[in-house]
Ligand binder design. Structure first.
Ligand code: SF4
Length: 179
């Protein structure tokens, strides 16, 4: 049987959602038997590949690099999954939306110990921030949402098994509590 081509991506988030995925432990090993992991923090692949079946995207859209990668993911993935509360709602990442971007960058990068220039060659080390952090569905069509901060392993397992079976992801009521 052909394996499902899965990618996982980490945008503006803390990696906690990926850690929760790894917490599936032996169950994850069983699921991985049916999957070909083609891109993500756990795989050595530089470019997002073509013909991906499912991509789990952790984190919100915080900068232009996030946005460009998400658009590329949408073009090359049959199913895009908003993975965790930062992806679903903006959550923790969007706390910076209460501050003007310029004030934030000055405070952190000019007045902090790093003093990184904001312009010229040296300024290019910082990706251009979006004016506001956005949940993924504000930029592209999302097929499935897995809420939680992070989503509990049980919830991730339910979703992955449904996806593998080609069924709609239906989380039980007890799996839909946020937190
Ligand atoms: Fe981290 Fe929670 Fe955001 Fe996942 S949803 S990236 S665990 S803050």
């Amino acid at each position: 049987m052909e394996k499902l081509r899965l990618a996982t991506v980490w945008l503006g988030g803390c990696s906690g959602c990926h850690m929760s995925l790894l917490d599936l432990g032996e169950e994850l090993a069983d699921i991985l038997d049916k999957i070909e992991l083609v891109y993500g923090p756990l795989v050595d692949a530089k470019e997002f590949p073509e013909n991906v079946d499912v991509t789990l995207v952790e984190g919100a859209l915080s900068n232009m690099e996030n946005l460009e990668l998400l658009q590329q993911i949408r073009q090359n993935s049959r199913m895009v999954v908003s993975f965790g509360d930062c992806a679903v709602t903006g959550n923790v990442t969007s706390l910076r939306n209460f501050l003007p971007v310029d004030d934030l960058l000055n405070e952190v990068y000019q007045q902090g110990p790093g003093n990184i220039p904001r312009s010229g060659e040296a300024g290019k080390v910082l990706p251009e921030l979006l004016p506001r952090v956005l949940p993924l569905h504000h930029a592209v069509i999302i097929d499935t949402f897995i809420p939680g901060c992070p989503p509990e392993p049980d919830r991730i397992r339910t979703a992955l098994l449904a996806i593998l079976a080609g069924k709609p992801v239906k989380l039980a009521e007890s799996q839909l509590t946020f937190g």
